[in-house]
Design a protein around this ligand. Sequence first.
Ligand code: HEM
Length: 365
Amino acid sequence: NKSVPFYDQVNQAGIRTPPQRHCVYMTFNLTAGATRQSLQVLLARWSAAISQLVQGRPIGPIEPARPDAVGTDTGEAEGLAPASLTVTVGLGPGVFDDRFDLADKRPALLQPLPRIPGDTLKPELTGGDLSIQACADDPQVAYHAVRNLARMVTSTAQTHWVVLGFGRASAGPGQETPRNLMGFKDGTRNVSSDADYDQFVWLKDAGWMTGGTYQVARKILMTIETWDFDRISDQQRIFGRTKDEGAPLSGEKEFDTPDFALKTDGAHVIDQASHIALAAPENNAGVKILRRGYNFTDGLNDQGLLDAGLLFISYQNDPQHFVDLQAKLGRFDLLNEYIRHVGSAIFAVPPAPKTGRYIAQELFE
Ligand code: HEM
């Protein structure tokens, strides 16, 4: 029943907020007819609506007084608690194209992601000018938020791609580490301390973007049936961790620090091509990214196989940190045999607005 504040925070909610159970992630493209002013109006209307939604309130009348009027709110969240709803809004590179006269406000590091080795991206799941990440402990609350915000884009934007996430695949303070659809604990070693957030997530001295960050979203398919027939020793070698406890193969307990140098019989105990050996800060000049992903499923694919995977969402104050990590994973990760990156986008996430203001209002001042 918790309600997460929207106004007067330093950072937008939904980033450091302890991961809720469900997520609806949607991107939009601005239409050819969109103008600087219609973008401004959209961000203002979205902000006002989000401030209501996170309190568990409708965004307007569900049952208007005039019988021939259309309801403003669609109604399906009535009677449901706020469920810790957060709605995080991101701005894609296209917002800063010349046509909106915003080029001088472009967040310094916001560029479309380059092609990364191993990518098998589908155009219909790639890019976007705006993103909405709605997370809540009730799936209907998250869906209601996105549905009602999507209704408000009218002729300014159109929906692009969407992922319905369930079962968080990262943990916050006090949360037990959840599991991804491969059955492994996900989020054991993640950004968590104030110092790490300051160093690796939030933008500092970044003008109007100070307190903001960059969001990378990747839709990653898993070949689940094949994975489920892989022997356990191989599964554990791929991640470099045990399945049940989630311990690094060099240790015994989940939170033991992995020892990437440890060898038996001349071979590394944690394979150097394992997911954690390639991704760990120890082997990446100390770099960390905040991972805040969700499991997803789209049912069955056209071959009757489970269509599911990880909606990977990361936050970092330098998108290159993601690019460098993924370039390495994309080439060498043992996990690649069982996954495929099919969707990808990057967004700048502005700081939270003050009361009475709206997200990214600074763009128009
Ligand atoms: C760690 C799963 C994709 C970066 C882990 C762990 C698991 C996991 C089980 C170990 C537990 C933990 O410390 O959280 C997966 C799966 C993926 C995936 C199933 C795809 C379907 C990615 C991607 C990146 C990434 C795309 C970044 C480009 C990391 C990092 C760690 C990690 C930085 C922590 C390593 C450490 O410090 O020990 N992942 N991951 N992962 N993953 Fe992934």
